[in-house]
Each structure stands twice: as C-alpha cells, then as structure tokens.
Design a protein around this ligand. Structure first.
Ligand code: ME8
Length: 599
C-alpha cells in the first residue's frame, strides 16, 4: 500500500533510515495530544434532536473521463443521503472533482490545454453523469475553487502554528499516477511497452520514479497512539470490519512522517504553501480538506462537521483512515463518524483501465439500461466486502427478473382492470383475513405479513451499514412472497357475483397494494424514478412517502387505512420494460406487453 518515503533527511542532515523517524520528529511542546475520551465520536453521543447528516464521495481525478466505479461510489452515497432525508434528517451530500497535482498537470499538457480549461471540461463530464443518474448532491466541489483554496490555506496554517509541519527533505519512490509515496517493499521491476526496465508500484502497477527534494513534512508518526485509540474506541469507524482490521494492521507497521508539499519547480498546478511560494501543497492534503470546505470551514463548519460520513473505495483507505484523521487530530477537529469503504468493480476479473481497453462507460450503460436500472444493478450486486465482476448480461438478467417480472408483474396484476375494474385501493375485509385464523388466508399468508411488517427494520439496518445488497435481497424476497400470495389464491378465478368472493378478492388486492406501497417507499433511495411511478400509480401522495408513513396494513391491526377506497393514480405504462440481449450490445429497453403477467 501507499506508505510515504524511503528515507528522510533533516534540512541540513544526512540521510537516515526510516526506522529512526520517531527520533526525527519529536512532538513539539506546542502540541498536546487529545485525551482518548475526546476521540470517541459515536452517533449515540449525539443529541437525539440532532438531525443533521453529512455524506461525501471521494472527489474524483479529472485526468480521465468517469467510469463505472466512480458512478458506483456516487450511487452508494446518494442512496444513503436519500434514505436519511426520508427519515427526516437534514442531510448534506457532497461530491466533486480533485483537480490539482502532477497527474492533472501532465494530462492537461498532453491534451494541449491550459490546466483550468482542461479541468473544467472533465469536471463538467462528471457533473453531467451525476445529474443524468439522479445523483442528488447538494454541493459539487472543485478543488480549484476559491472557497477551497481559503480552507486549505487556513488548515495548513493551523497545522503549522501547532508545530506539526516542519521543513525537511525526502528521498524515495513516487507514483504520479497514484500521487503517492512508496516504501522500497512496495516497488517491483517491470518492462514498459518498449521493453525498457522500469520500477512500478506492486499494488497499482503504475510506474514509480525516484524523487529527492526539499519540502515540508507533517508529523504523522506522532499520531499512532491516538489513531489506535480512535479505532479501538470506535469499532464502527471504518466499515466493513475487514477494512477496520486492515487499518489497525497498518498502524502496527512503520508510520513515517509524511511529505506534504512539492517543489514548485516540479509542481505548479496546486495551491502554494502559505508564506513559501517555492512549494506547492501535496495534492492529497489539498484534496482531503474538500470535505471541510463543503462543511463551511473555517468559519461555520460545526453543524456538519461532527456528523461527517465518507464513502470511499478500498484503494484510498490509507489516505482516509490514517492521514486524514491524523490531520484532523492535529488541527483539533472531530473525526469522521464513519468511513464506509467499498470494494471494486472488475471486468472479466481484471481492474478497469484505459490501457486494457475494458473501461465501462457509465453514461452509455445508463442510457442502455436506464438510470434506475443501472442504480439498481450496482446496488443489488455490489458487495462492499469483495470485488464484483461486471457484465452486461448480468445486468439484463437481474433487471428482467427483479424489476420487470417480479416487481413490475406484481403491480401489473393488482392494478390491471381485470382484477381491479374500479381502479381503486379496495377494502380490506377482516373476516376474510382475520388476526386469528379461520378466514380464507392460509399460514403462508400470515408469514408474508410478518415478513413485510418487519421489512422496514431490516432495510433500515442494511441501509445504515451500507450493505444495500442485503436490503435489496430482503425486499426482493418479500416481493416474491407477495407474488406467491396472489398466485396461491388465483383471484382471477373468484366469482365476483358472490359477495364473499368479492370481499376476498378486494382483500387480496388491498394486501398486495399495501405490500407494493411498502416496497415503493423503501426503494426510493435506490430507484427514485421507478418508485415515484409505482407510488403515483397507487395514488400515494408525495407527503405520504416518508419512513414515518410506512405503517403497513393498518386495517389488519384494526385501524383506519388512509388509502382504502381511494382512486388509483393514472396508468403510466409498464414499470420496467424488459431488456433484450441483442448482438452488438444494443440492450435497449423493449416495449413490453402489459398483459403478460396478469395470470
Ligand atoms: O483517488 N470500482 O480519485 P479517483 C469501484 N482524487 N469504485 C471505483 C473503481 C472501481 N473499479 N475505481 C474507482 C482519487 N472507484 C482521489 C480521491 S478524495 C479526497 C480524493 C471509485 O478518480 C472509488 O471510490 O482515482 C475510488 O476510491 C475512487 O473512485 C477513486 O477515484
């Protein structure tokens, strides 16, 4: 992984081995470690009235166009944001682009553009992707913005005034592609395309170069104990657990001081070190501060900063779970509540990369499979713990099975004029489906009611931990149960001239519509457009779609149902059109036949 520095020298000293670094960076008297109690920032300590929530994605490099992985991080964060809003939170959701650094400087040069024009062009592409995919961010930050520069300069001055930054020099391997320093053990030999021997990062495969220059160092080594205290005192701070363990493991290893600037002669595209025009602030320090900038740092960040949650990919864990908390501790600021880590999407088992030509274009795919289709697929199949392989065929299979057939089929059945000629939310008959057995419902029907009643709590638990795939698994299982309920009782065979049969038919449809209302409400963070169409079709008004309004099947519990007798909303067609696998990768949604699932 990306550990900085091979060797460190003091400004006028000789080269010293890394292991001696602790001696090189004594904590100055100016800086006092925080007590371990101050490091615990669990949600349980927040006041019950505090309904603020702040969620971020990584800010993405603008050296290349967005790919599927970028959209995945944004969709996860968007899901959590929408869920919190449904729960009544005042949620802020930030995303944006990371625009400084050597890699961007070089990419702009290669494109023959001035850096800012280049950054603006690519940043707009990210923005367009996110807007097209219903990413409902409340702030889009670019590190080239003035508000960010002010925040970074202030943050730097705070660290410097606390004696945590000192002038030194380093010598070691640097990967420009990863914008990171590497230890010798992280570097290996490889051949470039012309057969020349080069050194590469063992983790990323990117070329590394030997660097030696004078710059500013951050006293990272002084923070090991506090970082350990934070992680052991907050077992939920880094999720899932395997990534929490990985960070603890890294903290057992060498934790050298970190170079936090580059010579201006090498890197012009970045924020100059305050008071030293010869140095540019290291792109990772610059980039991490974006989370504070959006929160309103340095003047008005309190409301958001103590409820910060970061969504990141596993590739940038060390920057977020070691460097960032150490910077924040140094600056005397609270640490993020949770760092949600996710694994990667691969293609045929390999990392997506331009050189392999296997990059999946998320915009193109969301046009092929629809925005909600792509969102559903990514969250249904993406598992935070382990990498997932992407194929178009998988997308088609999952969406056809779960959105077209299962969910769409259920809606179709319960709203089709054949079963529901009056186009209303029909009445529930307690005699047909009594609390105590003896009506027409059978044991499986009671099991289904139990499952749907308990579903919001299950989904809530999985949304909270960002195991969204588990939430979708649970919803999908319930949808299958409801389809089974309808299938079991074949309501289309009931004799509507018989009043008992009519009441039972109405009850079957009422219960199924109630199930659909729950599914539609719970699915809003995942597939906002589909959920809106589903709930609108059921006649559920916008103010009846919050978490608090879930209240499944009140008539069964003996209380009034506000929907009973209400007219359904207008029919806007199939919920999700079947996707056809076609040669030439044209998976355009096909106009589906609406009656297909009626019986
Ligand atoms: O690292 N699968 O930006 P970046 C899933 N600017 N997610 C993926 C992915 C994949 N194959 N590839 C990338 C940077 N991601 C820095 C971040 S934050 C202060 C600075 C996602 O453009 C994932 O979230 O390289 C990963 O962490 C991020 O994109 C890296 O984006």
């Amino acid at each position: 992984m990306r550990l900085p520095f091979l060797f460190v020298t003091r400004a006028r000293g000789s080269v010293l081995r890394l292991q001696l670094r602790q001696f090189l960076s004594p904590v100055p008297a100016l800086w006092k470690p925080q007590s371990s109690a101050a490091l615990r920032f669990t949600s349980t300590q927040l006041s019950k009235e505090d309904r603020s929530f702040y969620i971020t994605t990584p800010i993405f490099y603008v050296n290349a166009s967005p790919h599927l992985g970028h959209l995945y991080s944004a969709v996860i964060a968007d899901c959590l944001h929408r869920y919190k809003v449904l729960q009544g939170f005042n949620s802020k959701f930030a995303t944006g682009t990371d625009e400084h650094g050597l890699k961007i400087q070089q990419a702009a040069e290669a494109a023959g553009k001035d850096p800012l024009t280049f950054c603006t062009d690519v940043s707009e592409r990210f923005k367009h992707l996110f807007s097209s995919c219903s990413i409902s961010y409340s702030d889009y930050i670019r590190t080239t913005q003035q508000r960010h520069r002010q925040a970074v300069e202030h943050f730097w001055s705070v660290l410097q005034n606390k004696g945590l930054i000192y002038k030194g020099s380093y010598e070691g391997w640097y990967s420009t592609q990863d914008e990171s320093f590497l230890m010798p053990s992280q570097v290996g030999d490889a051949l470039d395309s012309s057969g020349k021997e080069i050194k590469v990062s063992l983790e990323s495969g990117h070329k590394v170069e030997w660097m030696k220059e004078e710059n500013y160092m951050f006293r990272l080594s002084a923070f090991r104990t506090q970082l350990l205290d934070w992680l052991t005192g907050n077992p939920q701070a880094v999720q899932p657990e395997r990534f929490h363990q990985a960070v603890l493991q890294w903290l057992q290893e060498d934790l050298p001081d970190l170079s936090v600037s580059r010579q201006r002669s090498r890197l012009q595209w970045g924020i100059p070190v305050p008071g030293d025009a010869e140095q540019t602030i290291y792109v990772w320090l610059d980039a991490l501060v974006n989370y504070l900038t959006v929160a309103g740092y340095p003047d008005k960040h309190d409301q958001w900063w103590h409820v910060a949650h970061h969504v990141i990919g596993k590739d940038i864990l060390k920057f977020h779970a070691i460097y960032w908390p150490a910077f924040l501790l140094g600056a005397g600021l609270p640490l993020p509540q949770v760092i949600h880590v996710h694994s990667h999407w691969t293609v045929e088992g390999r990392k997506m990369s331009k050189s392999l030509g296997n990059v999946v274009d998320p915009l193109e795919r969301s046009q092929m499979f629809t925005t909600d289709g792509m969102r559903y697929f990514l969250l249904r199949q993406g598992v935070p713990d382990s990498d997932c392989d992407y194929t178009d065929d998988k997308v088609i299979k999952v969406l056809n099975a779960e959105l077209t057939d299962s969910l769409g089929g259920l809606l179709n059945r319960c709203t089709a004029p054949a079963l529901n000629p009056a186009q209303i939310y029909p009445s529930f008959c307690p005699q047909s489906f009594p609390k105590e057995r003896g009506g027409r419902a059978v044991v499986e029907d009671y099991h289904m009611l139990d499952a749907v009643k308990g579903l919001p709590a299950v989904v809530e638990m999985h949304y909270e931990s960002l195991n969204v795939y588990k939430a979708l698994e649970a919803i999908s299982a319930c949808v299958r149960q409801t389809n089974g309920f309808v299938q079991r009782h074949t309501p289309w065979k009931l004799d509507t001239r018989d009043s008992k049969d009519q009441r039972w038919l109405d009850t079957i449809v009422h219960v199924s519509l109630e199930c659909l209302r729950i599914y539609g409400t719970l699915l809003q963070p995942i597939v906002p457009e589909i959920s809106d169409r589903l709930l609108s079709r059921l006649g559920v008004q916008p103010n009846e779609r919050s978490w608090a309004a879930l209240n499944f099947l009140p008539r069964y519990g003996g209380t009034d149902c506000p929907f009973e007798g209400r007219a359904l909303g207008s029919d806007s067609g199939v919920l999700f059109s079947r996707l056809e696998s076609q040669k030439g990768d044209k998976h355009k949604p096909k106009k589906a036949k609406k009656s297909a699932n009626l019986k």
